[in-house]
Design a protein around this ligand. Structure first.
Ligand code: PAZ
Length: 330
């Protein structure tokens, strides 16, 4: 028997009408931490704007889609936040002082973060990098010191300068409310703001009024459900929230034959500055920059891969260059 809480199968994405973003915000609840995050962002933006810094909003990691209002179960996606966390480290390296960017890192709770990503619990457990000495003190094993020192210096500098603000989301609703608030706070920065949208945001969700309140019971057997389409938030973002900002979105596909067309479609539909297309299997090796009138593939060579070069070290300088040119031409 099937628990028919919703009317269609999970794989049937249906032809539900696309919800208008305003209706979405009226019908869904903001996260309880929103006012606190808004205050942090306002303070950060004012401080760095006064110091003459540009600000980049980096979104990173995947959003969840709860299946119950008192959430026990949720749908998730693959994103670990590698792209976002890695990218957020690079603006500091290439641009100093007046030209540096302060970074608002809006990420999925517990996903990878800039700097600490190099030593996570799943890869490079930090315990394997330290030794217990006979005198009871602990020290980093000398072979790991050069790399760790370089990361530590950048991390400390970002902390000391206060150029990295971390805020987080879990669900797709958290993400959308937070994105709307943060972009509206950044609106006055006009062309001095960059929006780098690398998060993997769910395309489908269950509106809270259609969700069951309590944990779905398994006693009745299988489960079928219908999901509504998440509103296309890039449209209001480009048109109303930050019409003067430099907006870069990512497009993920698994079918190589769709990547460029779908990326170009997104650019035409929303009218922002750049779409970066990437494929699930090769996203760490190759991306394609798509603008209104150009297409540029950025790749790592075999030698670069062997030397642990990260593709973000090429993406970010290219974007900063393009942001500069765009500012000059607007
Ligand atoms: O987080 P990660 O490094 O594993 O993956 C990065 C990514 C593929 C989620 C990102 O590069 C991306 O394409 N984001 C947009 C996804 C989309 O909505 O199409």
């Amino acid at each position: 028997m099937t628990t028919n809480i919703f009317s269609k199968s999970l794989l049937d994405t249906g032809t539900n009408e696309v919800i208008n973003p305003d209706t979405y915000f009226q019908n869904n609840l903001p996260p309880s931490t929103l006012p606190e995050d808004e205050n942090k962002v306002k303070e950060f933006v004012n401080k760095h704007d006064k110091a003459g810094r540009r600000i980049v909003l980096v979104t990173s990691g995947g959003t969840t889609v709860p299946l119950e209002n008192n959430t026990v179960r949720f749908l998730d996606n693959f994103s670990a936040g590698t792209r976002g966390a890695t990218s957020a480290e690079y603006p500091f390296i290439h641009f100093y002082n007046l030209f540096s960017y302060a970074v608002i890192f809006m990420h999925r709770q517990f996903s990878l973060q800039p700097y600490s990503r190099h030593y996570t619990h799943s890869t490079n457990c930090f315990l394997d990098f330290i030794e217990l000495r006979n005198d009871g003190k602990i020290e980093v094993n000398s072979q790991y010191i050069p790399k760790m020192k370089s990361i530590l210096e950048k991390y400390k500098k970002a902390k000391q300068d206060g150029t990295l603000l971390l805020i987080n989301f879990v669900t797709v609703a958290d993400y959308l409310f937070l994105l709307r608030s943060v972009t509206q706070i950044m609106r006055n920065l006009k062309e001095n703001a960059m929006y780098y949208l690398a998060a993997a945001v769910s395309d489908f969700f269950i509106p809270s009024q259609k969700m069951v309140q309590h944990k779905i019971q398994s006693a009745e057997g299988g489960l079928t459900l219908t999901m509504d389409q998440v509103p296309k938030f890039l449209k209001p973002m480009v048109t109303n929230w930050v019409p003067e900002g430099f907006i870069v979105s990512f497009k993920l596909e698994t079918d190589p034959s769709l990547l460029v067309d779908k990326s170009r479609q997104a650019l035409t539909r929303y009218g922002h500055q750049i779409v970066i297309g990437n494929l699930l299997t090769t996203r760490k090796l190759e991306v394609t920059f798509i603008t209104k009138d150009s297409e540029l593939k950025i790749q790592l060579s075999e030698e670069e891969v062997n030397n642990d070069v990260e593709i973000e070290s090429k993406i970010i300088p290219e974007l900063v260059k393009r942001h500069d040119e765009w500012v000059k031409n607007t």
